[in-house]
Design a protein. Sequence first.
Length: 126
Amino acid sequence: MNVDPLEFEKPIVELERRLVELRDQSEGHDLNLESEIRKIEEKLNKTKLDIYRHLSPWQRVQIARHPQRPFMLDYVDRCFEDFLELHGDRKIGDDEAMPGGFAQLEGRRCIIVGHQKGRDTKENLR
């Protein structure tokens, strides 16, 4: 899914695009653009800090609702090992919007509970 960046994130996307261009030019043509690449990287880091430190309440909501934002189970897949999801409450049923289970984090056993919304309308209506 290719989603347009949020309006306030466009300067970040433009700097990232420029950085990719410079790296491609540097590799493909034996050009030494390291100093220019470093300048863009520094500007990119500063721009990210400036933007994300000064978000308005509405911009925070936009980020929280972004369609490409990782969901709870995405974090579980990337951060934990041996996740065993538990299903149902043994009385009424299973709430797919409230996954939980056992996992390991750096060798330590833990219990994970979170909320998981659907990725599209069909999943949200299940």
